[in-house]
Design a binder for this molecule. Sequence first.
Ligand SMILES: [Mn+2]
Length: 323
Amino acid sequence: MKQKSWVNKKPDLVFIGDLHGQIKKLNNLLEDINFDVTNAQSLVSSTKLVFIGDLIDNAPSSDVDHVALLTKVKQLIDNGFAYCLMGNHEFNAIGWATKHPETAQWLRPHNVNNTKQHQGFLDSVIEGSEVHHYWVTWFKSLPLYLDFGGIRAIHACWQQASVDQLAQYLNKDKQLKAECFLNAFDKSTELYQLIETLLKGPEITLPVGYSFQDKTGIKRTQIRSKWWLSKAQTYRDIAQVQPEVIDDIPNIDLPVNQTPELLELPVIVGHYTLNGVPSTLSNKVACVDYNAAKEENPLVAYYWQQETELTNKHFLYKAEQVK
Ligand SMILES: [Mn+2]
């Protein structure tokens, strides 16, 4: 691969999708792109890595190793080779392990569903151990978004007004201020809502009288939004629902304050567990989460080489794993 000089130019970036403990897939990717930290002539001379968040939470398997993956990613960051964003899974892990000082309740309830989602990680660090505490402390240091000048990254959604609103809760490195964690888990706060939007993706309430059934048969009055479609005009245009129920979503114009914005700069996200051949969501938005959590699916990355419009040609993945 052609090398570029650091001196005159900002580094290119390889954005890496949600890993959920899949250390082997990360090692394979770094080998495939010749990102070798022991070799200054390798891709490390021109390129940095950006982990899009969700490093944790997966069932045990021969390829999954939470501690090995976290150790590797932290080492890459500490040595200046990489960045890592906070995903909703790291955020949740902080709430799981933190008690409210007044009520002594866990900030994230230890209910059946939350336990199920987090058990693989808890078993691998041993819940309550020093190792557990160490990684939760590290999760608190992860930035909520990154702005590289020519491109931005956030776990699920870039909505400028929400990012602007979030600024008051962040320090200069875009980490959540220590005093904000209690509010971040309190559903009645603005901060909680902002984190829902930016780390889990925005939802829009349907006009009164409309609803649809989700995959599990539950009646829903809110839709997940395809926030990247700057030309979406109606609820149906913007709805991220299974195709069978699209007719239940009204072809009524969205209220002005709900229409998507034109993005100024390209944005890379993860989170959406897409499938099929990796492709951009628009010329300004690409998602690198193609469900690498599952053994049979590919780890997807996006190799950004300073372009202002994103291109399908810059996705990196093993083609034989795409179904
Ligand atoms: Mn996620």
